[in-house]
Structures are given as structure tokens and as C-alpha cells.
Design a protein around this ligand. Sequence first.
Ligand code: NAD
Length: 336
Amino acid sequence: MKVTVFSTKPYDRLFLDRAAARGVELLYSESRLSLDTAALAEGSEAVCAFVNDELSRPVMERLAQLGVRLVALRSAGFNNVDLEAAAEIGIAVARVPAYSPHAVAEHTMAIILSLNRKIHRAYNRVREGNFALDGLLGFDLNGKTMGIVGTGKIGAVLAKIAAGFGCRLLGHDIRPNPECEALGMRYVEREELFRQSDILSLNCPLTPETRHMISADTLPLLKPGVMLINTSRGAVIDAHAAIAGLKDGTIGSLGLDVYEEEADLFFEDLSNEVLRDDVFARLLTFPNVLITGHQAFFTREALDAIAETTIGNIVSFRDSGKLLHAVTVDYLAAKT
Ligand code: NAD
């Protein structure tokens, strides 16, 4: 079975090649999947896609014309897929529901710790012979309230880590997680979580309900000076509102691994190019903002698991027509 793999980097090849010796022929492309690049899938029965590949209705119609019957996502999130269109067109969609919640939760804590203790600034200062501590003041995590929106696989691991630091845990989810309750997490309405959280971490999927959860309207609900962390999907935060919140101090510090318009930036070396995104450029000017380029998932264990599950999804579809980890249009409805 031939599979065109979009948005591939050398590290993807390394792990997918290791997992793929099961009669699956992987045709690698560095291109991001879009209407302009869909033709690269000609001759393949499946495409393998990542977080910033476009799987809109027009793209899937084009893929179907080329004979593609399966989209195998190398991600857990599937907000970039028009599931209704996939169902109507007759393209099956599979994903990797869990590869390493530890990878993302640990990176989330790394951002929290770095941002709080200004490790990113201290690193540069010390290298320049500046040992002054002004501007590096942090706070104890012990005793602070960590609010987590979305207490699924990643949120639950983060809760466990935060409990280890002595944080008080608040959660908000459409489906409370008994694992988190066992850690002492108290589930509250979103507004209350916003009001009480010293550290607010967003770990829910991007859905119509969670898009721009942090916006000009909800900014006034946040505890003044909150540390806001987003390692879920960029559009859960309206970046314009975040900038306003940073300017007036509503947001005390901001840690991001994702950004609404990241598709044109992340995963590429653009260091020799002019940055054209003025909103992103403004975010980079704040001393209390720390951004990583969608790297929370990026551990050996996670890449191994992503490759294994992705090839498993493809082989199962080829051999039995069944998907091990299907994503269907009723997925979100079933979760509510
Ligand atoms: P999960 O499905 O296990 O958990 C998501 C949780 O969010 C569930 O408990 C669900 O009930 C809850 N939820 C859904 N809608 C909600 C709403 N409106 N309000 C509050 N809670 C809501 O998923 P997961 O594996 O924990 O991943 C969470 C998200 O993290 C993914 O959807 C993905 O967008 C993101 N992610 C990011 C990276 C990265 O590298 N930065 C890697 C993997 C996943």
C-alpha cells in the first residue's frame, strides 16, 4: 500500500521507516498538504498528515479524485480535518489518540518553570557576564492554584506533576476525570477557575466551544497577573487579546507552544527571513512571554509511539478495512 506522507522532517522519516516494514510504502514529501500540493498523493491509497496540514473539504475532494481512501493523522488533535466532509466523501480518518501525554505535560511544566524563574533570560545574562538578579524574581509554585482546562490524558499528567510541586488543583472539563479528583482536584465552572487560578493551563482540544476561550470578553475574568499557558492549540487563545492583557498586566506572563497562525511559521527554519506576522512579532517583544514552536510532543518515546500507531492504523485499514483509532464526525458529540 502506498502512502504519501506530508510535512515530513528527517526525524519523522527516521521513526516511520523503523515502524514501516509491513508492506507499507511511504512516499515522503516535505510539503504541507493543501489544495496546491494534494496532487503529490497521486497513486497513493492513503495520506499521512500532521497538525498544520490542511484537510478541508476541497482538499479531501481532490484527494478522493486521486484515489485516496484514508487519512492517517500523526497527531492526537484533529481540528484541521473537516470530518463531515470526510464522511460524505468517503475518506476514513485515523489518528494517534495517545502517544505520550507525559511529553506534552512535562514540556508544559518546563515552560511554567522557565517562565516563572526566567531561566531563558538568566541563561543569556550569565553567558554575557551579567550576574545581577534584578528582573529575575519568581514565585514559589508550592501553595499556588493551578487551573487546568481540559483534564484528559495530558491535563491529568500535568495535574499529577503540579500536585508534586504542592499546587492546589482546580479543573474544568465537560467530563471530570476521576484520576484528577483522586489527586485532590476540585472541578469548578470555567469562570470560577479563571478567577482563582494563579497559573492557568489550557489542555483541551480546539473545538467551536473552545476557540478563543481567552478573548477580550473573558480577559476581565482572569485573576490579575495570571500565568497563562497554552500547549493545546493556538486558536484557544485570541492572540490580540493576549497582547492587550500583557500590556495592561491582566496577564502576568504567557507561555505558548502553539499559536493560531503557526502554520506559516512553525517547524521551519526562517531565521534568514523577514518575520511578516506582526502579532507574533509583538508577542516576542515581551520579556514575560516564552514561546516554543509546537515542540511539546517532541520526545523519542512520543515519536516512536506516533510511528507505531500510525503504521498500525494504515495496516489495519489495508488488511481489514477497519481503523484502530478512527475519528468520526460524532466523536465530539459522543464526548459531551
Ligand atoms: P484528551 O481527549 O485526552 O483530553 C482532552 C480533554 O478536554 C477531555 O477530557 C475533554 O472532555 C476536554 N474538553 C473537551 N471540550 C472541552 C471544553 N469545551 N471545555 C473543557 N474541556 C473540554 O486529549 P489530550 O491527549 O489530553 O490532548 C489535549 C489537546 O492537547 C489535544 O486536543 C491537542 O490539541 C493538544 N496537543 C498538543 C500537543 C503539542 O505538541 N503541543 C501534542 C498533543 C496534543
